[in-house]
Design a binder for this molecule. Structure first.
Ligand code: SF4
Length: 295
């Protein structure tokens, strides 16, 4: 069908005799309606009668794309400076999150899992977390590890707060090392809930019981909660508009850089993102807006 001397792109190729004959055979095989019938139905969809029928609908089912909570939590965690997303639970789930983001952003996604298996499902995943946190810190040297969970850890009721504190007491990670966490069971909510839970986890970690000396409006900034936003261009447009309006801001999770690193052959495990000091300073902002919800 193709010839090296003259390679046809799709449209002329599909109009060639061979393709046209193949399409005709496919029509017969599929018992497709004749062209006249298709045209008749198409014309009917342009009539007032069809419009009336459409407007008589009483119910509508909307079935939006729905992914799971830890996927959202990973995206949120990626938006913080030198932060390693850590998922407590099964390895396959995390392979799915990485693949999902790899395909969308065309970027390597640094996210670790503590790979719970059958024994952890019976005895709990604390042992996995001890080793996982220690290895993550040693190998990848992040400045923050943001922990979320898969269904497996949630079904057996693993307690992240207890496990992380025990890991610190056991000397696996320094006591003061930042380890915000969020329980992200996927049998409730969706990727957007998971994103929100992770942000709440980060904000709680850095601001709960640490509000002394904070005054609303004192830093003159606006907090922007970016939400589960996978179109990085939107983040850039918001930044540009804020700059043009001379508005100082803090993005609460800013994955714009890490998810769009240059293709120059150098792997960047961490790039850009909201810094811990900015999170600690967030309560001093004038106000907080959720940019993907119009609030
Ligand atoms: S098992 Fe749960 S956490 Fe894992 S991919 Fe499925 S829904 Fe997500």
């Amino acid at each position: 069908m193709q010839n090296v001397e003259a390679i046809n792109p799709g449209y002329p190729l599909f109009n060639s005799d061979e393709y046209q004959q193949a399409f005709a055979r496919k029509h017969v095989f599929e018992e497709a309606p004749p062209k006249e019938k298709l045209e008749e139905v198409f014309q009917w969809t342009t009539t007032e009668a069809y419009k009336e029928l459409n407007f008589q609908r009483q119910a509508l089912t909307i079935n939006p794309a729905k992914a799971c909570q830890p996927l959202g939590a990973v995206l949120c965690a990626l938006g913080f400076y030198k932060t390693l997303p850590y998922v407590h639970g099964s390895q396959g789930c995390v392979a799915y999150f990485r693949t999902y983001f790899n395909r969308h952003f065309r970027e390597p996604i640094a996210t670790v899992s503590d790979s719970m298996t059958e024994d952890a499902a019976v005895f709990g995943g604390q042992k996995n977390m001890f080793e996982g946190l220690e290895n993550s810190l040693t190998l990848y040297q992040p400045e923050m590890i943001a922990v979320s969970t898969t269904c497996m850890a949630e079904v057996i009721g693993d307690d992240l707060n207890a496990f992380i504190n025990n890991a610190k007491k056991d000397g696996r990670v320094p006591m003061e090392f930042p380890t915000p966490f969020a329980h992200t069971p996927s049998f409730v909510g969706s990727h957007t809930t998971g994103w929100d839970n992770m942000l709440e986890g980060v904000l709680r970690y850095f601001t709960l019981n640490k509000m002394e000396g904070k005054t609303v409006g004192s830093n003159g900034k606006l907090n922007i909660v970016t939400g589960f936003e996978t179109y990085l261009g939107n983040l850039r447009v918001i930044k540009r508009m804020l700059k043009e309006m001379d508005v100082d801001y803090t993005f609460l999770s800013d994955p714009e850089e890490i998810l769009d690193t240059p293709t120059d052959g150098e792997f960047r495990m961490y790039a850009g993102g909201t810094r811990i000091e900015e999170v600690q300073d967030a309560p001093n902002a004038i106000d907080t807006c959720c940019c993907n919800r119009g609030i």
